[in-house]
Write a protein that binds this ligand. Sequence first.
Ligand code: BES
Ligand code: ZN
Length: 462
Amino acid sequence: MVLRKQGVKVAASLLALTMAFGSASYATSEPANGKSGYSQDQKVVARVDAERAIEHVRYLSEEIGPRPGGLHAEKESAEYIANVLKSYGYEVEYQYFPVADQYIADVAFADGTSWQMAAAPNGKVSKEAVSGEVLFVEGGTNLADFPADTAGKIVVMPRASSTAAYRTQVDNAVQAGAAGVILQSLVGSRGNYGQTFNPNLAAPVDIPVFGAAYIQGEWLKEKLAEGPVEISLSSEQFSDLESVNVIATKAPKQKNKDTKEVILGAHHDSVVGAPGANDNASGVGLMLELARVYKGYNTDKELKFIAFGSEERGLLGARYYVDQLTQEQRDNIEAVFVPDMVATNYGPAKNLYAMTSNGSNNIVTDSTVAAGARLGNSDILPGKFGSSDHVPFHNAGIPAALFIWMGIDSWDPLVYHIEKVYHTPQDTIEDNISPERMKSALDIIGAGLFDVVRKDVPALNK
Ligand code: BES
Ligand code: ZN
């Protein structure tokens, strides 16, 4: 049954690929250097192990947890990645860069559990905890929405849709005597459940005001249905922060002045409050697993494995990396592969897209689409999307592409589907990771990238 289904998929995909990529420079069968493309692919496909990649996802998302750019957890993540790469025999360096302050909230429960949220910089920011019983208030833009016994309680409200309106919610809560406010996120613009956020309060208030993810508000409601819930709110402003890129290098078999460089880079930070299993421990796990497999092979190009910091804060790590390069170094980079969200289990995200910022094909999209065709894997499709670390490379004229599982309705390319738990506390292995999707991404990206780096440097053939 499964086999038959796959057979149908393969046939359809080969047809589509011939149509779309009839003139692509990357051959779908025999490469010019005479090595069999398929047997080269097998050097990667037969060795990559999705479970090993997911073990990295587990460490990053469960052992460490949320990894906001510039904070200690992001340093732990960098150290973990560096240690894994060193254990495979790579030279590893750290590249530090400054990032803006973070305002991090902690919501602690009597049983010892605690949730990370974002704190309003203009609310009370203090490590000294404010405790109280949770009160869920629907509305809140009218003072009459608050019950008579609001004083001393921690008011949770679904955040009103404008900054002015949620400011009114906060002011009313203060007037009703609330000890703290938690605003629950709305459903996000990408159809996701909505992430934690720093409530943007123009004028200060002297109680803590936190921004919760939608699901955290729902969980609080569920707990309240069982009986009173007591929580403690504390928060901290983190200043003078540095974020970090981790860079490992695989030297080429032989180096001459024409030796090109190829990068496989994935961001290792996450948004506040999210364990970031798919976004983007998955991309890091894939990168580390490919680093393990490639170590055993000679390659003709310099290959760099980079874990970028602070992507979620504005693609900062990749931007910094590109900014530090000379024009000559930029010109020498042949391709940048950026896996970001490569293992979701969300059904409608049914294709692995190789996305460029402007939608045109390049060596990264061509090599991976061709690898998919050789492997009979129809998951991969080319596409157009920004929003990740490939953008700064593209802007500097360097061929780059993002790899992400998504569903795009062919009749409406403006509508795309990604997992609803994107950027939320539910971006966990349990709720959002598929070993099959991880394996497919490892195969396609692994074989496509291998095809690019193992190829003979033309100058050496002369
Ligand atoms: N992994 C996402 C990128 C993404 C998400 C691409 C959904 C396509 C669909 C990435 O980590 C992210 O969230 N990026 C930020 C970029 C911003 C901070 C410049 C985003 O898109 O909000
Ligand atoms: Zn991401």
